[in-house]
Structures are given as structure tokens and as C-alpha cells.
Design a binder for this molecule. Structure first.
Ligand code: SAH
Ligand code: SF4
Length: 344
């Protein structure tokens, strides 16, 4: 069965023509798919034989709402979506003053095994198709009746471990007759799969690359991020410098502050040296506690001291505001609870 919503328009057109239907039908199908229909029967202007053909050869990806949590504090919404094959992914919608932002999952689970991450702790099931990533946006928009203007690929999964589907998603979502969310409104977050950073740079997208650094040296980083054993910090930072040189886009570094692990003055100095001369911004995030690990977030005075050292060394940094703290808005936790409860 063909995943019809993952096709680019010219691919859909060839598919329709090759199977003996007139070219203009492709446009009609495309426009129904963009209206988020869930079945071919809803495509009212298609002849019966085409609907039958589509039903027999293609499927439409959906993300059905299995669970929805709304934060009492800031209206952040978190969804647990059920996909066609019964797998679950999490998606979070945040309402900032400049519009709605969505945090999308790119895989069911993750192979990377970062010790502070709920997704990393629950193993890996499969990668998402481009259409499954798109469907999360459509379902959330339809449910909330709003237009989402910003995307962060920071939900479950490692986007660069699902490279081809993520590239396809990026092209589809930014396309003018699709959801039309421009690359400048998209952030892709990675734990640092070095060869894929070079490959992404070649696409020269205007998106923001966000690198989950979380430590200033190999010893500290390898303790919490196994990926660092494969692609150590020096290689990662070199790839980031290349990324900036190729695309001209400032890099964002994520740094989850864990008390006593990576938040000392010494760490801040090392981080300043590491990032010297690189056009970047550091986002400090007080680590979220996750079931089964005893990491604590750094105290406010530590956060302030850390940021001061970075700023003194001409590195811009901010502490990220955490939204949805009452609904476990960091991804991976809702699915984990759902699965542990046996899907109740
Ligand atoms: N796999 C990608 C994108 C998904 S994770 C990546 O790792 O970048 C999105 C972000 O959430 C990453 O920066 C990740 O390090 C961070 N993160 C995961 N668990 C966290 C936690 N418990 N507290 C704070 N940030 C966390
Ligand atoms: Fe995977 Fe990112 Fe979680 Fe690491 S932090 S386990 S890369 S989702």
C-alpha cells in the first residue's frame, strides 16, 4: 500500500497518470489531502472507479487523539496520538505571544538512549513516515481550531536518525500549496549524528539547527549521552562550524542543567572555550525529572552563575522558560505512562 500523503505532488501526478487516470485528478486528490480527509470516500468530486482504485492501492496516514492534556497554568496542550498501526507518539502545542508552536515526534521511541530522557528510556519501535509527522500538525490544528506557525522537531525520536523521511517532511510542510510553514519557522534538534549534520548542511535549508550538547567535555557527555562515544565533541563542534559556514544559519545549543553533573563554573568555562568564535546561542534548560532517574535540576543561583560566565565570554545564552510543567510537557513521559498502565 502506498503512503499517499508522503508523496510530493509530481510523484502523485505520475502515479495517477501511470494508472490510467487523467492528470487533473491528482490536483483534486492533493487538495483533499490538504483538507485532512481521513478516507478516500470523502473525496466527493472523484469518480467511483478512482476512489475504488485509491482504496485498493493507497492509505491515508492519520494521527488520532488517544489522550489530551491541557495545562492549567499556560494552556500548553499535550497529545498522545494513535497512528494507523496502533503505535503512539506524543506532540505538544505551546501558545507563545508570537503564535502557536508545535513540538513534533519523528520516531516511535529512540535508539540513542540518553539517560536523562524519558523517550530514550523506553526503547525504539520504528521511524515515522513524512505523512505521520505532518498528520500530528493537522490533527492538532483541527482540534484546536488554530493555525500553527512554528515547528520544533523536539518530540520523541532523533530526526537525523530518520533522515530521508524528515527531509521529505520538511519539503512537504514548507510547500506553498501544503501547510506552508516556512523553513525559518522550523527548528530541528539533534543529539549530534555528525555525518548527517554535514548532509543536512548540503540542503541549505533556512531552518534552525539545534544541537543537544548538555556537556562541555567528552567525559561528562559520554556519561549521559551514549551517542558521544560514536561522535565525540570535537567532531560535533567541527560539524557545527561547517554547518554555519555552509548555511549561514546561527546554531542553537541545548544544555540541560543537571545539578552537580554539568553545572559547575568549571563546566561553564569549558563550554565558553569550546564554542569560542562560533555564531551560536545557548539555551539552558533546567533538566526535567524523569521517572527512573535521580537527576535534579540546577538551582537558580547556579543557573545565574553559569549564564554569567558564558556572557562574560561573549556567548549569548538564555534560560528557557518551561511550559506545561503540570502535564509533563517534555516528550516521552505520557506515552511511557500510558504503556505502563496497559493503555488505560
Ligand atoms: N533527539 C533529538 C530531539 C528530541 S529531544 C535531540 O536529542 O536533540 C528534544 C530535546 O529535549 C533535546 O535537547 C533533549 O536533550 C531534551 N531533553 C530530553 N530529556 C530531557 C529532560 N529530562 N530534561 C530536559 N531536556 C530534556
Ligand atoms: Fe533520543 Fe533525543 Fe531523547 Fe536522546 S534526548 S534519547 S536523542 S529523543
Amino acid at each position: 500500500m502506498i503512503d499517499i500523503k508522503s508523496l510530493y505532488f509530481p510523484e502523485l501526478e505520475s502515479f495517477i497518470v501511470e494508472n490510467g487516470f487523467p492528470k487533473f485528478r491528482a490536483k483534486q486528490i492533493w487538495s483533499w489531502l490538504n483538507k485532512s480527509v481521513k478516507s478516500f470516500d470523502e473525496m466527493k468530486n472523484l469518480p467511483k472507479n478512482l476512489v475504488e482504485f485509491l482504496c485498493g492501492s493507497c492509505y491515508i496516514s492519520v494521527a488520532n487523539i488517544e489522550k489530551k492534556l491541557v495545562s492549567r497554568y499556560d494552556k500548553t496542550v499535550k497529545y498522545l496520538f494513535r497512528l494507523n498501526d496502533g503505535e503512539f507518539v506524543e506532540t505538544v502545542v505551546m501558545n507563545y505571544h508570537h503564535g502557536y508552536s508545535i513540538c513534533l515526534s519523528t520516531q516511535v521511541g529512540c535508539k540513542m538512549g540518553c539517560t536523562f530522557c524519558a523517550t530514550g528510556k523506553s526503547g525504539f519501535s520504528r521511524s515515522l513516515s513524512a505523512s505521520e509527522i505532518l498528520s500530528q500538525i493537522e490533527s492538532a490544528q483541527n482540534d484546536l481550531n488554530v493555525r500553527i506557525s512554528n515547528i520544533v522537531l523536539m518530540g520523541m525520536g532523533e530526526p537525523l536518525d530518520n533522515f530521508d523521511n524528515v527531509i521529505r517532511f520538511l519539503n512537504l510542510v514548507s510547500c506553498e500549496d501544503g501547510l506552508n510553514i516556512g523553513m525559518r519557522h522550523i527548528t530541528l534538534s539533534t543529539c549530534g549524528i555528525v555525518p548527517k549534520i554535514y548532509e543536512l548542511a548540503k540542503h541549505n535549508f533556512a531552518l534552525t539547527l539545534s544541537v543537544s550538547l548538555h556537556a562541555p567535555d567528552n567525559e561528562t557527555r559520554s556519561k549521559t549521552m551514549p551517542v558521544n562515544n560514536r561522535y565525540p565533541i570535537e567532531q560535533l563542534i567541527k560539524a557545527c562550524r561547517d554547518y554555519f559556514d555552509t548555511t549561514g544559519r546561527r546554531i542553537s545549543f541545548e544544555y540541560a542543567m543537571i545539578e552537580g553533573v554539568n553545572d559547575t563554573d568549571e563546566c561553564a568555562k569549558k563550554l565558553s572555550n569550546l564554542l569560542k568564535g562560533l555564531n551560536c546561542h545557548v539555551n539552558l534548560i533546567p533538566v526535567n525529572s524523569v521517572k527512573g532517574s535521580d537527576f535534579k535540576k540546577s538551582r537558580i543561583d547556579r543557573q545565574k552563575a553559569f549564564i554569567n560566565i558564558l556572557n562574560k565570554n561573549s556567548i549569548t545564552a538564555t534560560v528557557r522558560r518551561t511550559l506545561g510543567s503540570d502535564i509533563n510537557a517534555s516528550c516521552g513521559q505520557l506515552k511511557r505512562n500510558h504503556t505502563e498502565e496497559g493503555g488505560k
